[in-house]
Design a protein around this ligand. Structure first.
Ligand code: AHG
Ligand code: MN
Ligand code: MN
Length: 327
C-alpha cells in the first residue's frame, strides 16, 4: 500500500515546521509506547506499580513508562513551553513561554485497566498555543486547541489527528515504523443505533440518562422505534475510534458516585481533545447541558460529564437534560 506518510500529509497541509516537528515527536512517542505496550507481559510490566497518581488512582507500570516516553521525547521540541499530563500533578514548564509557543496536554495511557487483560489502550493529546509572552495560563477552552489527536494501540496501531481541516487516521506500518494515511476525512454518521455507557452504574444515574438508556433498550416497541446495540470497552480511545468509524454515542455522565469529583473523565487531556476530534468529524460533544469545547477549565486535572458522538443522539440527550427544567 502506498498511502501517503504522516510527514507528507502534514507538509502538504501547510503546517508550521515547528508544529510538524512536534507532531513527529508525538508520533515517535506513540510508536515507542506501542512497543512497550506490546512487550508489557514479557518485560514484567503488567499489574500495578507501587504508586498512585494525582487523581488518587493506582498507577500501572506502563502509565509511568508511557508518561516518561512522552516527556523525554517531546521535551526536545524548541517551541514546546509546557506539559500537562494526567500522571504529573503540576504543570511542567520547559522554557519561558513566548507568544505562539506550544503547550502539550496528554493522557499517556488511557484505558490502562485493560492492560492486564490484553485489550485496547491508547494515548490522548492536545496542543494549544501560548497567547502572549510570559502568559502561563493553561486553563484554556477546548475551542482554542490547535491540534487534537489520539493513538490507539489495538490490533493495529493508529494515530488519528484533527489538525487543520477534518480528521485523518494513520496506521503504523510495523517494520518501517512509518505512519501512513489510511482513513482520510473521517466522518461520523449523523444517525446511529449504538450506545456505550457503563450500565453497572445505572442506580447512580440522573433521570435523563436513565430515560435515554431505557428508551434505547425498549427497542422497536419503545419511543425510539428501533433496536439498539450496546458496547463498552472501558477505554475511551477505543470507544471514540469505534464512534468515528461507524457512529454511535459514548457517555460517561455525572452520577451520584462521581458528582463530588465533577465526573470521571478529565477535561483538558481526555475529553476536550476527543470533543475537538468528534466535532471536526461532524459529531457533537456535550456535558448534557453545555458544549464541551466552550468550557473554561478551573484547574488542570478537572473532570467533566461527557457525552459525545453522532449529532442526533447528542442533541436528543441535551433535549432530555432540558426537560425537567422546562416542566
Ligand atoms: P485512565 O486509564 O486514563 O484512567 O482512563 C480510563 C477511563 C476511560 O478510558 C474509560 O472510558 C473509563 O475510564 C472506564 O471507566 P469504568 O472503569 O467505569 O468502566
Ligand atoms: Mn484516561
Ligand atoms: Mn491514563
Amino acid at each position: 500500500m502506498t498511502a501517503i506518510t504522516l510527514r507528507r500529509h502534514l507538509t502538504d497541509a501547510g503546517h508550521d515546521s515547528d508544529l510538524i516537528f512536534l507532531l513527529e515527536d508525538i508520533a515517535s512517542a506513540c510508536r515507542s509506547t506501542a512497543y512497550e505496550v506490546r512487550n508489557g507481559p514479557l518485560k514484567g510490566n503488567l499489574g500495578v506499580a507501587d504508586s498512585i497518581n494525582v487523581q488518587g488512582e493506582d498507577q500501572k507500570p506502563l502509565d509511568i513508562i508511557a508518561n516518561d516516553i512522552f516527556v523525554s521525547t517531546c521535551a526536545n521540541s524548541p517551541r514546546l513551553a509546557a506539559l500537562v499530563s494526567e500522571e504529573i500533578e503540576e504543570v511542567v514548564w520547559l522554557k519561558e513561554p513566548k507568544k505562539g509557543d506550544y503547550m502539550l496536554f496528554f493522557d499517556p495511557l488511557d484505558g490502562s485497566s485493560n492492560l492486564d487483560t490484553n485489550l485496547s489502550v491508547g494515548t490522548i493529546f492536545s496542543i494549544m498555543q501560548i497567547e502572549e509572552d510570559g502568559n502561563r495560563n493553561v486553563l484554556r477552552r477546548g475551542a482554542d486547541q490547535l491540534v487534537a489527536g489520539y493513538a490507539l494501540y489495538g490490533p493495529a496501531t493508529m494515530m488519528v489527528l484533527a489538525a487543520g481541516r477534518g480528521v485523518q487516521g494513520f496506521t503504523l506500518h510495523q517494520g518501517t515504523g512509518i505512519f501512513r494515511l489510511t482513513q482520510p476525512s473521517m466522518s461520523i454518521p449523523e444517525t446511529t443505533n449504538e450506545f456505550a455507557i457503563n450500565t453497572a452504574r445505572r442506580r447512580f444515574w440522573d433521570q435523563p440518562i436513565r430515560d435515554y438508556v431505557d428508551d434505547c433498550l425498549a427497542g422497536t416497541e419503545g419511543p425510539r422505534g428501533k433496536d439498539f446495540n450496546m458496547r463498552w470497552v472501558a477505554s475511551m480511545v477505543a470507544e471514540v475510534h469505534r464512534v468515528l468509524m461507524r457512529g454511535g454515542v459514548f457517555l460517561y455522565p455525572l452520577d451520584d458516585k462521581n458528582r463530588a469529583a465533577g465526573g470521571r473523565l478529565r477535561l483538558l487531556y481526555e475529553v476536550a481533545p476527543m470533543a475537538k476530534i468528534i466535532e471536526a468529524a461532524g459529531g457533537a460533544a456535550s456535558t448534557g447541558t453545555e458544549r464541551i469545547l466552550d468550557l473554561v477549565p478551573t484547574e488542570p486535572h478537572q473532570r467533566v460529564a461527557t457525552i459525545l458522538g453522532s449529532r442526533e443522539e447528542v442533541a436528543l440527550l441535551e433535549q432530555m437534560h432540558r426537560k425537567p427544567a422546562e416542566a
